[in-house]
Every structure is written in structure tokens, then in C-alpha cells.
Write a protein that binds this ligand. Structure first.
Ligand SMILES: [Zn+2]
Length: 278
């Protein structure tokens, strides 16, 4: 089955990982800008990072037939440095017309601090000004519920924001309902530590249905599994879910959500076959 990973940090992965993903059916992925595992020292290092996301990774992915899309921002962890964050936000418009850019992300909160909230709000201004889609990181573990609530409140207070163009990631059992009920898209991150397992994600799909719900691996520099979506596919099959439902969650929903962005020039691998047979 073809699938799309809507949230994976390929700059941290090897070329062998691209090959493995391709063999498992991954045909496209989207890579939000995030924390590198250390705090960067200047805005210029973000300029280089944005070049990596818009120039280097699409080429690396294309070698394996995978289409690479990306999102730009300064992440919530480094947003604690407000001066640096504003310098980085000022760089972003230079990159918004790059052909693989889908929007602003992953923005959000980490420890739910005042500085993080300030920079989150300034990213929202940027997204509104340039009519960009938004991808949101919600905090982990003990900070998740409160952080998600703060994020949803800030989004819902701003009538300029189109909720159907916002994806709220790292949802779990205690946050997913709020995200979906407010009209946003929700992403479940399948991760060996913190976050969600394929079994829990399958439970959530059974409880809430597949509308506006996606799954991702977040595959990054930490302990993570870039092939976590095939694990979810296997778990859904094991429980007897129809292929049409699985395909909606791991493929069609991503296409529907990303298609709202001008940068999503996705070509489905079976598009010609479908056209020929219909
Ligand atoms: Zn991430």
C-alpha cells in the first residue's frame, strides 16, 4: 500500500532510511523544521537549515521515488530566545516560494512559557500574512494537556485562521477530541518513547473515526522509528479494518490536507493507471 508520512525529520536519517521507506510504500513525506538536538547559535544557521530542507532533502528523497515537502519556522524550544526567533522569522518569507514548501511549522509550545507563546503568536501572524498552512507541535507528557489547550485557545481566538488548514500534531487520547471538535486536523505520532504506539493509534481511530486524522513517525535524531506507519498499517489489518479505511488514514487524508497548499504538487504514482482504467 502507498502511504505518506506527514511528519518526519529526514535531515536526521540516513540515505538507507529513504530506501527502506520507499520499499515499504512511502511515496511522499513532509518534514517540518524543528530542534536539531542542540540550540543553534545564529539566524544564519537557520538559513542553511532551510536550504537543506528546500534544496538538499528533495533531491535525496527523489533518488528513491519519494516526493519531499517541508514546513519552515523556529521551533518552540529555541523560541525561548526571542531575539533569535525574530531574526529567523524575518528569514522565512525568502523561502516560502520554494517549490516544496507547504507552510509554517512545526510551531507550538514546549514548556508552555511566555516567550514560547509570544513567538507562537508571531508565527501565526506570518502564516496569516502569507496565507500559509500551519503545522503545530504540542508539548510532551505532563505539559501536553495544558499546552494543547493554550494552543487551541490562541488559534480559536483568531478569526483569520482557517481551521481546516491547520494540523495539530502529537495528539493522544486526552487531547485528540478537543482538536477534532474545534475543526482542526489531528496527527498521531507513533514513537517508541513518549507519544503514541501503533496500538494506541489504532484505538484512537476506532474511537474517533478517520476524518481529519493522520499518523506520522516523527523519525528524528532521537530514539524513533521511521517505519512506524507500516507498523500501524499492519496493526489495522490485524484487527480486520478494511483497506479503504487504512488507505484513508495513511494516504488520502494527507493528500486532502496538503492539497490546500500551493506547494503540494504531488503526483500520485498510480495516477496514470487510475486514469487509464476509469
Ligand atoms: Zn517533529
Amino acid at each position: 500500500m502507498y502511504y505518506i508520512d506527514p511528519h518526519i525529520h529526514m535531515v536526521s536519517r540516513t540515505t538507507d532510511d529513504y530506501e527502506t521507506l520507499a520499499k515499504m510504500g512511502c511515496v511522499a513525506l513532509s518534514e517540518p523544521a524543528f530542534w536539531a538536538g542542540f540550540d543553534r547559535g545564529s539566524a544564519e544557521s537557520f538559513r542553511d537549515y532551510f536550504r537543506q530542507l528546500t534544496e538538499v532533502e528533495p533531491k535525496r528523497a527523489a533518488q528513491y521515488g519519494i516526493q519531499h515537502f517541508t514546513w519552515l519556522c523556529i521551533n518552540a524550544k529555541e523560541a525561548e530566545n526571542v531575539t533569535l526567533s525574530r531574526e529567523v522569522i524575518a528569514l522565512i518569507p525568502d523561502f516560502l516560494d520554494c517549490p516544496n514548501v507547504l507552510g509554517i511549522g512545526e510551531i507550538g509550545l514546549n514548556k508552555n512559557t511566555k516567550n514560547e507563546a509570544t513567538i507562537f503568536a508571531e508565527h501565526l501572524e506570518l502564516a496569516v500574512k502569507y496565507e500559509q498552512q500551519i503545522l503545530i507541535h504540542t508539548p510532551h507528557l505532563e505539559d501536553k494537556y495544558q499546552g494543547t489547550r493554550m494552543i487551541l485557545d490562541m488559534l480559536c481566538d483568531d478569526s483569520r485562521i482557517d481551521r481546516s488548514r491547520v494540523l495539530v500534531d502529537h495528539v493522544e487520547e486526552h487531547t485528540v477530541r478537543h482538536v477534532l471538535e474545534e475543526g482542526f486536523w489531528a496527527g498521531m505520532t507513533l514513537y517508541p518513547v513518549t507519544k503514541c504506539t501503533p496500538q494506541r493509534a489504532c484505538d484512537i481511530i476506532e474511537m474517533y473515526g478517520p476524518e481529519r486524522l493522520m499518523a506520522n513517525s516523527a523519525g528524528d535524531w532521537g530514539p524513533s522509528k521511521p517505519t512506524a506507519i507500516p507498523d500501524l498499517i499492519l496493526e489495522m489489518r490485524r484487527r480486520g479494518h478494511p483497506e479503504s479505511l487504512i488507505r484513508k488514514v495513511v494516504y488520502e487524508n494527507a493528500i486532502e490536507f496538503f492539497s490546500q497548499s500551493q506547494g503540494f504538487n504531488f503526483k500520485a504514482p498510480d495516477a496514470n493507471e487510475t486514469a487509464a482504467s476509469s
